[in-house]
Design a protein around this ligand. Structure first.
Ligand code: NAD
Length: 486
């Protein structure tokens, strides 16, 4: 298949755009998604889905050997075909993911699918590096590893699979997925679609494989399989620890607890709007979403007012007490993470508020509560649209609390400030993979901010936002005394 032009890709984006909002939240869409899920569960094998990990790895290995001979132009055509198919299916996959996992919002999932499909870098990321000088020439090129094993989360099932596939396949590899069991049907459907798109783009079958019924044990089988050369794990602390125990090269995208600081120099109205937009995206289940706000005392009231004006419900103290009993299974000691009640992870703000007798419309995207800094919500990766706001005396104390409550994950943090020195100080202190100034945290994923997108942000292993280069072996050729041509 020929490479799609920019115009053709734009046309597809516009067609998808037109459909968003008209069907995504409707009852019809829900029923359609449920029917598609049923179908996805019934059609078990084929198009990259195999009965056992061994078979899935062997098929991916065969595909890799074939793919190696295809050249860069072949890769580009395959990735263009993947992008076109994922744009066409962004809405359907979002509806299915929502129906199966019960997490997040369909419209936000469409946005995530489209974001990674359009902004994850392709083979162009592998531009070689050349040096020439008096002693000759050196070129660095990016070679594939072979078969990559990828473990994916339930929070962003399809956006992670799409993103990982674009990155891993662009670098010339094949991939075996072990997806989250709670998202297995939509993930299998996503992998089937990817396989069809790869073949439509001229690629071999089985460049992307998986099994229909993944478990923790099958994840371990992938992790320890002799024909898997590299691991990419995206999830919480347990899966990161497990991958680090293997003898493989590991790229680990682990948990976060992103703090957003607002100082007295900020555009406070905009900060309130940005934080509500960021913290509520897909009901706060994205790892980069703001999980805590720390505001300098003098602007804290104005900030909370701005949040209320921009789609947040602000809890009164007695309402917070009631909500704590709903959203926590255990709160635990002060300044420590509590145990969240899984029933409310990724649910709409209105569903959570209804549990304490407060009825609001679906336009309320976030629940906000002012809390002292010891409160467990500040220290917990809550993964639900309930955002604590802590008031501190000055920005130095705000940054100090931000560093501590992030637990050294070095994942994501943000600030709203017009003082460049303060912005710099916080960026230095946080030492994170993503630092955002003056925007919602998702700007750091390339949504409303500059730069490419990734949904596997590998803080524990230092790779940051993963891209094709992350899945490449750097290889150098040095020619001594020749090939400098000037
Ligand atoms: P999770 O850790 O429960 O599951 C992630 C994947 O790991 C799943 O496929 C699961 O089956 C597997 N897994 C879990 N424990 C395992 C073990 N002991 N051995 C082998 N495999 C195991 O996470 P989730 O609920 O799906 O996702 C939410 C978590 O992931 C949050 O902590 C979030 O911050 C993190 N996350 C991070 C990024 C990132 O880019 N850094 C992206 C998405 C999610």
């Amino acid at each position: 298949m020929a490479t799609l032009s920019e115009q053709q890709i734009q046309d597809i984006i516009e067609r998808v755009n037109l459909r968003i909002g008209t069907v995504a939240n409707g009852q019809g869409a829900k029923l359609r998604a449920e029917k598609q899920l049923e179908a996805a569960e019934q059609v078990e094998l084929g198009d990259g889905i195999y009965g056992a990990i061994d078979e899935a790895v062997a098929a991916a290995r065969r595909a890799f050997l074939h793919y190696q001979r295809q050249g860069l132009e072949g890769r580009k055509a395959i990735i263009a075909s993947v992008r076109a198919s994922m744009l066409e299916n962004a809405e359907r996959l979002a509806e299915m993911a929502h129906a199966e996992t019960g997490l997040g919002r369909v419209t936000d999932k469409i946005l995530k699918n489209r974001l990674v499909t359009t902004r994850a870098p392709g083979p162009e990321d592998l531009e070689l590096e050349a040096v020439t000088g008096d002693q000759g020439m050196m070129v660095t090129e990016f070679a594939p590893y072979g078969v990559v094993g990828a473990i994916t989360p339930t929070t962003n099932p399809t956006s992670t699979i799409i993103n990982n596939t674009i990155s891993i396949v662009s670098a010339g590899n094949a991939v075996v997925f072990n997806v989250h069991p709670s998202a297995k049907a939509v993930s299998a459907e996503n992998i089937r679609l990817l396989n069809r798109a790869i073949q439509a783009g001229g690629g071999p079958p089985d460049l992307v494989t998986a099994i229909p019924n993944p478990t923790i044990d099958s994840a371990k089988e992938v992790m320890n399989h002799p024909d898997v050369a590299l691991l990419l794990v995206t999830g919480g602390p347990a899966v990161v620890r497990e991958a680090m125990r293997t003898d493989k090269v590991v790229i680990a995208a682990g948990p976060g607890n992103p703090p957003a600081v607002v100082d007295q120099t900020a555009d406070v109205d905009k900060a309130g709007r940005d934080i509500v937009a960021g913290a509520s995206l897909d009901n706060n289940i994205i790892c980069v979403d703001e999980k805590t706000t720390i505001a300098v005392d003098t602007i804290a009231d104005r900030l909370v007012r701005s949040m209320a004006q921009n789609g947040a419900y602000v809890l009164k103290e007695h309402e917070l007490k009631r909500l704590e009993r709903v959203i926590f299974q255990e709160m635990g000691p002060p300044r420590k993470p509590g145990v969240i009640n899984p029933a409310f992870i990724g649910k709409n703000a209105g569903v959570i508020l209804a549990e304490i007798g407060i009825q609001v419309g679906d336009d309320v995207r976030l629940v906000v509560a002012e809390v002292p800094q010891e409160h467990n919500l500040v220290w917990t990766e809550q993964m639900m649209p309930v955002l604590p706001v802590v008031r501190v005396k000055d920005v130095e104390r705000a940054i100090e609390l931000a560093v501590k409550s992030e637990h050294g994950f070095r994942h994501t943090a943000s600030i709203h400030s017009t003082n460049v020195q303060t912005i710099t100080n916080m960026a230095l202190a946080m030492n994170c993979s993503i630092f955002v100034a003056n925007g919602p945290n998702y700007a750091g994923l390339g949504e409303g901010g500059e730069g490419f997108s990734s949904f596997s942000i590998a803080s524990p292993t230092g790779h940051g936002l993963t891209r094709p280069r992350s899945f490449s072996r750097e290889r150098r050729i040095t020619v001594v005394g020749a090939l400098r041509i000037v």
